[in-house]
Write a protein that binds this ligand. Structure first.
Ligand code: ADP
Ligand code: MG
Length: 676
């Protein structure tokens, strides 16, 4: 069997299963083998009953001495069985599972495994699984994969199919780009062993080695594209040279605040690029709220003044529109024409826009992906800026640079990655860092509280609104399904509106979610930006870039469900002006781990610090590691936790000669594991 064979080549997989698997992105054998577990179940040595702690998953071994009791309570059937071992005794409870009675033979020995819970003051094991001693020994000997699932695909099914696929795949499919001798010096196992180890590890060591190999592959795939970009673009001659930056002074005079030293330093670096011999390929990194937009405005304005066009691409409609407004407000008085181009505009409006661009009736084009569509013909594109770079792939950056004969490229990102990592990940770009916040800012005050605090939080929001400020509430997450989410936002908004208006009448509460039409979203954002809406309930669509400086409260429901990087981004929506801002993280679920993680946000407002501390807490190569870098998406890898492997992979890729490098690219194209 080959990696490229369709999934139906496996026995027992018909059209129905194939359709369900497709939802997980699994279409062929290769996809299936590269579909990794999200965690592993471990079957530990059975414990003495007296050692059991509440909340843990435990196994105990005992002889069933009596027949289980069957109780009928409020229409529910409860099977209850008291068991003991030399250390103590405990009750096992099964709900609505009367068949259990038949499964157990009095006088026989079993291993029971389940969660220790408290019920009416007594410690019990709820819904334990039942094993014979022999069955349990088999289970103890290995780690059992737990896969991400979807409707119609059970863990058993996936495990079974992956086993079959692994068995039947030809050995020749596991070609390697790494020489045998190099495998040793890199401390890396072969590709086949890695697939075996990730799906069927016998020991933690098997898993660790397999993961190391697969992470290495993800990184070399990514670094391969970085290297080829760098080699193709290296030292492009600057054919859009500009030397007149006098408009910057006009802008400085118009903005009403003083640029920070860090912003000035970046402008200086850009000036050198734009007037220099070679084309700019630069990444501007700066924490949320550090003021990247104004730098982009100034850079693009200089090109407009020199008679060239420029464009800026943002990841969402909301953000593109907001940028358009900031650009236009500042630049229209200086005689520079800006235009908005997004995919959600009507065909007629787009057509008009294409025409204006082609005829150079407009200078700066601000939009979403629409700005890189083929239909857009620029007239002398001097500079292309990509905002919130982490939302785009390297390919899109490439598409933009191919737009006319090599424009300067500037990408902006708020992802907090240490310089050493950034140099690797963005190896084809020069790096500028805005490491200073505008002076007028007060540090955000944060708190982590449980849902019982909600009424107090609502009162606080009402008070802030009374004082003329605005607030965001990120709605609880119930489901990843858009439709359910939309309904949920609606209901939450209704309740919040009632609650707030009990405190003070006339508070305007509106909502925003992913299923709304672009025009509706734009309407809401306009009204929020103008202060007409006081409180905005939203899903995470507002996560990136949105800038309403009058907003002073960010309340996040179910904060425990988000990664820290994302929460930091959300928090970045407030604290953008001179007023004191607040961030309230509501946790729907407790636990010390969750508290520790969320408290990092309370302790640090600096994104880089948050990322570092998060890493310390999770530890490198975290066994069941959650990836939350918020940056370039890898399946297994974590750019922080796996920094050492990233470094090894980077050095490896950069050290390959041309032929070896081509072999590496082929490998990644064939296994379809290119991550970009
Ligand atoms: P980000 O870096 O997250 O994209 P923005 O560029 O949106 O941040 O800037 C956030 C806010 O800070 C904006 O309202 C912007 O006008 C303001 N701002 C930018 N630079 C300064 C500065 N030097 N002093 C005061 N306010 C500034
Ligand atoms: Mg921004």
């Amino acid at each position: 069997m080959l990696f490229s064979d369709g999934i139906t080549a496996l026995k027992g997989v018909g059209d129905k299963n194939a359709a369900s698997l497709k939802k997980l992105g699994i279409e062929n054998i290769g996809d299936l083998l590269h579909y990794y577990p999200r965690a592993y179940e471990v079957f530990a040595m059975p414990k003495g009953i007296s050692e059991i702690n509440e909340g843990e998953i435990v196994s105990i071994e005992c002889v069933v001495a009596v027949r289980p009791e069957v109780l009928h309570i409020k229409g529910k059937t409860i099977v209850s069985l008291r068991v003991s071992d030399p250390t103590g005794s405990i009750r096992l409870v099964w709900y609505n599972a009367q068949f259990i009675v038949k499964q157990l033979t009095t006088g026989s020995r079993y291993v029971f495994r389940g969660k220790a819970a408290r019920s009416r003051g007594e410690l019990i094991i709820a819904m334990p699984q039942i094993f014979t001693r022999e069955q349990y020994i088999v289970k103890m000997n290995g780690l059992w994969p737990v896969y991400p699932l979807t409707k119609g695909v059970t863990n058993n099914l996936l495990t079974k199919l992956i086993k079959a696929a692994y068995k039947e795949t030809d050995d020749t499919e596991y070609k390697d780009y790494i020489k045998r001798t190099d495998l040793k010096s890199l401390d890396i196992i072969g590709t086949k062993q890695a697939i075996e180890g990730i799906h069927f590890p016998k020991t933690a060591q098997d898993y660790t080695l397999a993961r190391r190999r697969l992470v290495f592959d993800e990184f070399t795939g990514f670094m391969a594209s970085v290297r080829s970009l760098r080699e193709n673009r290296v030292r492009q001659v600057n054919c859009h040279k500009i030397t007149d930056f006098s408009i910057w002074e006009d802008i400085r005079n118009a903005i009403g605040f003083e640029l920070t030293g860090a912003q000035e330093k970046v402008l200086d670096e850009l000036k050198k690029d734009f007037s220099g011999e070679y084309c700019a390929s630069r990444m501007i990194q700066g924490d949320v709220g550090s003021g990247k937009t104004i730098v982009a405005i100034m850079a693009l304005a200089a090109f407009a003044k020199a008679g060239m066009q420029g464009c800026i691409m943002a990841p969402t409609d909301v953000l593109a529109r907001q940028h358009f407004e900031s650009f236009d407000r500042l630049l229209a008085p200086l005689g520079i024409k800006c235009v908005l181009l997004t995919g959600s505009m009507t065909a007629a409006a787009k057509k008009k826009c294409y025409f204006e661009i082609k005829e150079h009736e407009v200078d700066i084009i601000i939009g979403t992906h629409a700005v890189i569509q083929e239909k857009v013909e620029y007239d002398n594109l001097g500079l292309a800026v990509i905002d919130e770079q982490h939302r785009f792939g390297v390919r899109q950056r490439e598409a933009l640079s191919n737009k006319s004969d090599s424009p300067h490229i500037v990408v902006m990102s708020a992802t907090p990655i240490p310089r050493s990592l950034a140099i690797m990940l963005y190896g084809d770009l020069d790096l500028s860092i805005i490491d200073e916040m505008p002076k007028n800012r007060l540090p955000i005050k944060n708190c982590v509280v449980d849902t019982g605090y909600r009424p107090t939080a609502y009162k606080f929001i009402a008070k802030q609104v009374t004082e003329g400020h605005q607030a965001y509430v990120i709605c609880p997450m119930i489901d990843e399904n858009d439709e359910v989410e939309a309904e949920n936002v609606l209901e939450y908004t209704e309740n919040l509106r009632k609650a707030l208006n009990l405190v003070k009448e006339g508070i305007v509460v509106e909502f925003l979610h992913g299923r709304m039409k672009a025009a509706e979203k734009a309407g809401i954002m306009d009204r929020y930006a103008s202060g007409e809406i006081d409180v905005l309930v939203s899903t995470t669509v507002i996560e990136v870039g949105v800038n309403v400086t009058n907003a002073t409260v960010m309340m996040v429901e179910n904060a425990e469900r988000f990664g820290l990087a994302q929460l930091h981004q959300l928090r970045g929506r407030v604290g953008r002006g001179s007023a004191q801002s607040y961030c309230i993280f509501i946790k729907g679920m407790g636990g010390k781990d969750i508290d520790d993680r969320l408290n990092i946000l309370v302790k640090y407002n600096n994104g880089m610090k948050v990322a570092e501390e998060d890493l310390k807490l999770r530890g490198p190569g975290d066994f069941f590691g959650t990836r939350q870098s918020g940056d370039i998406k890898f399946t297994l890898s974590d750019i922080y936790g796996d920094a050492e492997i990233l470094k090894t992979a980077t050095d490896y890729v950069n050290g390959l000669n041309k032929k070896e490098f081509e072999a590496l690219c082929d490998f990644h194209i064939q296994t379809n594991s290119l991550t970009i």
